[in-house]
Design a protein around this ligand. Sequence first.
Ligand code: ZN
Length: 114
Amino acid sequence: MRLFEGTEFDRPPKCDECGQLLEDCRCPPAAIAEVPAERQTLRVGVEKRKKGKIVTVIRDLADTNSHADLLTTLKSSCGAGGTLQDSSTIEIQGEHVQRIRQLLKARGFKLRNG
Ligand SMILES: [Zn+2]
């Protein structure tokens, strides 16, 4: 018998968002643990891809957050295509380091130099 069995301390963990048991929770991860921009320090750099294609890469985004909105903003601001490379990396086609750094700063992100 466990120490707190049958008491209120024995309740299985529940999601703060929907109140469901964690095993039944279907909330997107972003709703559970959205990390504010101020607590993310990003790296912005230029990289070369196959056939000499230049891309601007934003790394170290909080991988629990959704970046769809940020990606859309960056693409329209740069007038360029872009993709989510993985849960913490956005890639925008072309060289847009200055513009993207300004935009991220305006949103409250911290930026690593270099
Ligand atoms: Zn939930």
